[in-house]
Structures are given as C-alpha cells and as structure tokens.
Design a protein around this ligand. Structure first.
Ligand SMILES: [Ca+2]
Ligand SMILES: [Ca+2]
Ligand SMILES: [Ca+2]
Length: 176
C-alpha cells in the first residue's frame, strides 16, 4: 500500500512538472487552464479553473503547489469518472436526460423545467448539452446554493422565509 502511494506520488510529480510550464514550482491559473481538457478544442472554462484554484489553494498564494496539486488532481479525476459514467452514449457531453440521471443519483429532485434552465445556462456552445468543465461548475454551484438554502430551511420542509438583506448576504457570501 505504502509503495503504491509512493508510485502514485511519483506519477503526480511528473504530471505536475508537465503542467508547470515556466518551472516556477507552482501552477498558475493559465497553466492549469492549458493542462485541463473539456474534450473540445476550446480552453477549459476559466470560471471552473478559478473555482478549483480557490478550493485547493490552501496557503492563499494564488497558485497551486505540489501538495495542493495532489488534492486537486484527485478532485478532477473523481469528477471525470463521474462525468464519464453519466455520459451514457459516450458523446463527450452530458445532455438533458443524462444530467437528470446524474443529479437524481446525487439526491436532487428537480423538475423538467429546471433541467431545461440548467442546460440553457451551462450549455456554452448551444448544443443542447454540457461539457466536462461546465458540468463541474454546474454541480458545484448547485451544491453551494443547496447548502445555502438548507442553512435557512431549519425545519427542512423545502421552504424558506428570508429578508431582502438575508437574501443578499446569502448570494454575496457564495464562494464562486
Ligand atoms: Ca508555473
Ligand atoms: Ca497555493
Ligand atoms: Ca452524452
């Protein structure tokens, strides 16, 4: 087990060095964006890149060092496996039915109308589906908003009553 973990780290170190193009010892947003692929020729959605750096940049340096990279790599790999498992037809993107299956399995109960809204918002290429980077952004945003709602929904009946200012605080305090 220990040996396996070491081999794993060795592999990650090679990946890290490949991503760190300018050999600064840390990965910048631009380097990360260049290394990630969403399955198209377009660069990885910069909002998702920024969000991931925000999540894993523990020492607040604005960049990703090797230790931070190890956690980030696991996160991206987990999302990629998740994305692939829900991309039933192997099209490289998630259509509305696939999204519905994915979010339902995560425990969300959402209406047909809302799925259409989600696809419209995150479908950057107007193809009726979402790519890997947009899928991560969509899921994380939904998670964050749901957690914020639940925080106010103390009796868990699916309804909240909050003031205008509480609503503003809720929206502005979201980490995105
Ligand atoms: Ca660098
Ligand atoms: Ca850092
Ligand atoms: Ca698909």
């Amino acid at each position: 087990m220990a040996q396996y973990q070491m081999a794993d780290r060795q592999f990650l170190w090679t990946v890290f060095q490949g991503v760190d193009r300018d050999r600064s010892g840390a990965i910048s947003a631009t380097e990360l964006q260049g290394a990630l692929s969403n399955g198209s020729w377009k660069p990885f959605n910069s909002e998702t890149v920024r969000m991931m750096i925000g999540m894993f940049d523990r020492d607040n340096s604005g960049t990703i060092n090797f230790e931070e990279f190890c956690s980030l790599w696991k996160y991206v790999t987990d999302w990629l496996n998740c994305f692939k498992s829900f991309d039933r037809d192997n099209s490289g993107n998630i259509d509305k039915n696939e999204l519905q299956a994915a979010l339902t399995s995560f425990g969300y109960r959402l209406s047909e109308r809302f799925y259409s809204t989600l696809i419209r918002k995150f479908d950057r290429d107007a193809m009726g589906s979402v790519k890997f980077d947009d899928f991560i952004q969509l899921c994380v945003l939904l998670q964050t908003l749901t957690a914020a709602f639940r925080y106010h929904d103390t009796d868990q009946d699916g309804w909240i009553r909050i003031s205008y200012e509480e609503f503003l605080i809720l929206v502005f305090s979201l980490r995105m």
